[in-house]
Write a protein that binds this ligand. Structure first.
Ligand SMILES: Nc1ncnc2c1ncn2[C@@H]1O[C@H](COP(=O)(O)OP(=O)(O)O)[C@@H](O)[C@H]1O
Ligand SMILES: [Mg+2]
Length: 249
């Protein structure tokens, strides 16, 4: 089976700091792949390298077999890779529906003279579909800024999916969420992969969430890949336990 993403010897340096150092792994199509590791391990930097937000100083990113190393986030989104940020990227002063509409229109923009003046029927249909899929019916006309934290994170995932990507990158999607919202998000992420066939690459430091949710786990530590494998395999790995779970070998 072809990987949706292959990362080969990827690295980035910030001054003297090698934030990501020679990292290689594959994420499989239709599966949930998680990158875990303590704060500062280089997870968000790795994610930014894959999504095009920062340019690697070494290595390659292949998306569906194509070399996309250093391509911009816009280009990546057009290619089929969307990302949701650790820091929110919603327009708080716009309604839920307007946030989704802007995102759904993304792929229709930049087509030069073909660009429609009004939002296309196609984009509006996508907005309605997302509102139902993400249970945002009662909030559709509310300003995004007035939603609860959990609802905002849910809307953010919906926004990322508006352009119908094949791979979704999520950076700590449950950060700051209540227990109930975390459980809901877990169900949502699983359904995106299982029912909708979306490939998901998840960056997370909540180990329990990752172990429940993922098909494959990559462990980062101090910029490097420490281990990878099935959740149980990784959890049982003595090196991972020593470095990450803080247990003595
Ligand atoms: N743009 C940047 N400039 C300088 N240092 C950075 C930058 N982004 C991240 N870092 C540093 O790189 C290291 C890894 O950070 P990050 O990738 O955010 O880790 P994680 O997401 O695993 O917590 C940290 O020491 C962080 O301070
Ligand atoms: Mg991070």
């Amino acid at each position: 089976m072809q990987s949706i993403v292959s990362v080969r010897g990827l690295g980035v340096r910030f001054g003297a700091l090698q934030a990501v150092n020679d990292v290689s792994f594959d994420a499989q199509r239709g599966k949930i792949t998680a990158v875990i590791g303590p704060n500062g391990a280089g997870k968000s930097s790795l994610f930014n390298l894959i999504s095009g937000a920062i340019v690697p100083s070494a290595g390659q990113v292949l998306f569906e077999g194509q070399d996309v190393t250093g391509a911009s986030p816009d280009k990546m989104l057009r290619a089929g890779l969307a990302r949701s940020f650790q820091i929110t990227n919603l327009f708080f002063e716009l309604s839920v529906r307007e946030n989704l509409r802007l995102a759904a229109q993304f792929l229709e923009k930049g087509r030069g003279w073909l660009q429609p003046v009004a939002t296309s029927v196609h984009a509006l249909a996508r907005v309605d579909e997302l509102i139902v899929q993400f249970s945002l019916q009662s909030k559709a006309d509310e300003l995004a800024g007035y939603l609860s934290h959990g609802e905002q994170r849910r809307l953010e995932i919906a926004v990322s999916l508006a352009a119908r990507p094949r791979l979704l990158l999520l950076d700590e999607p449950t950060q700051g969420m209540s227990h109930a919202d975390t459980q809901e998000t877990e169900i949502l992420i699983r359904s995106l992969a299982v029912e909708h066939g979306l490939s998901i690459l998840l960056v997370e430091h909540d180990v329990d969430l990752v172990m429940n949710l993922s098909d494959h786990v990559v462990v980062m530590h101090q910029g490097q890949k420490l281990a990878e494998g099935a959740p149980a395999e990784v959890r049982g790995n003595a090196i991972v336990q020593a470095a990450y779970f803080g247990k003595k070998q």
